[in-house]
Design a protein around this ligand. Structure first.
Ligand SMILES: [Zn+2]
Length: 193
C-alpha cells in the first residue's frame, strides 16, 4: 500500500472519530499542500468551531458594536456592519489602521493574554486526579442538563471563576458539558450541583 492508499484507507475505514478534529486536520494539510504550522491548524479548527463563532457573534452584538454605533463610528444593517467613514484614500486607510494596531498592542502589553480568553486561564490548573475525582462524584453527568459522557464532552468547571479568584478546591468544582459550560457566562457563579 503506498502512502496515498494508506491515507485513503485511513479516511474511509480506519479513522475512529470522537470529534471532528482528525478529518479537519487532514483536510487543512491537504489544502496547505501537505505542510502547515500548528498555529495554522488551530486557526482552521477555530473557523470550523460554530460554537466559538456564535460566542463571538453574540459578544460583538452585545457590547462593542453597540458602543461603536452609539459613537457614530459604524452602522448596522442586519448582519452587515459598515464604517460610516467613506471615501478613504489609501494613505488615510493605512494611517487609521496603524492607529488601531497601536491601541491594540498598547492594551495587550498592559493586560496580557487574559484579554482574550478566560477559558485559557481556567483550562490549565485542575490536575488529572482531582478532575477524575470530581467527574466520578458527578456520576459522569453534567450537573445542569444531566447529559452523560458518551453524548457530550464533560468539563470540570469552576463555580466561582478563576478570573474572579475562585480556587481549585473541590468545593469550587462541578461537572458541566461543554454546551452548558459555554452557556454559563463567566459572570454567573451559579452552583448547579
Ligand atoms: Zn449540560
Amino acid at each position: 500500500m503506498n502512502q496515498t492508499e494508506l491515507l485513503r484507507d485511513f479516511l474511509q475505514n480506519k479513522m475512529k472519530m470522537s470529534h471532528v478534529y482528525q478529518p479537519l486536520i487532514i483536510r487543512s494539510l491537504l489544502q496547505a499542500a501537505g505542510t502547515a504550522t500548528i498555529r495554522q491548524l488551530a486557526q482552521d479548527l477555530l473557523m470550523e468551531d460554530e460554537s466559538q463563532l456564535l460566542y463571538y457573534e453574540d459578544r460583538l452584538k452585545n457590547m462593542p458594536l453597540r458602543i461603536l454605533t452609539k459613537h457614530g463610528i459604524v452602522e448596522r444593517d442586519g448582519d452587515l456592519v459598515s464604517l460610516k467613514t467613506e471615501g478613504l484614500t489609501f494613505k488615510e486607510r493605512s494611517e487609521l489602521r496603524l492607529l488601531c494596531e497601536g491601541r491594540l498592542s498598547e492594551f495587550l502589553e498592559k493586560r496580557g493574554l487574559s484579554v482574550w480568553d478566560y477559558r485559557l486561564i481556567e483550562a490549565s490548573p485542575v490536575g488529572d486526579s482531582l478532575r477524575y475525582e470530581v467527574l466520578k462524584e458527578s456520576g459522569g453527568r453534567c450537573s445542569l442538563c444531566r447529559v452523560t459522557e458518551g453524548d457530550a464532552r464533560l468539563e470540570v468547571d469552576h463555580i466561582v471563576p478563576r478570573s474572579k479568584g475562585g480556587s481549585n478546591a473541590k468545593e469550587n468544582l462541578q461537572v458541566l458539558c461543554d454546551r452548558c459550560n459555554r452557556g454559563k457566562s463567566n459572570r454567573d457563579d451559579t452552583d448547579f450541583r
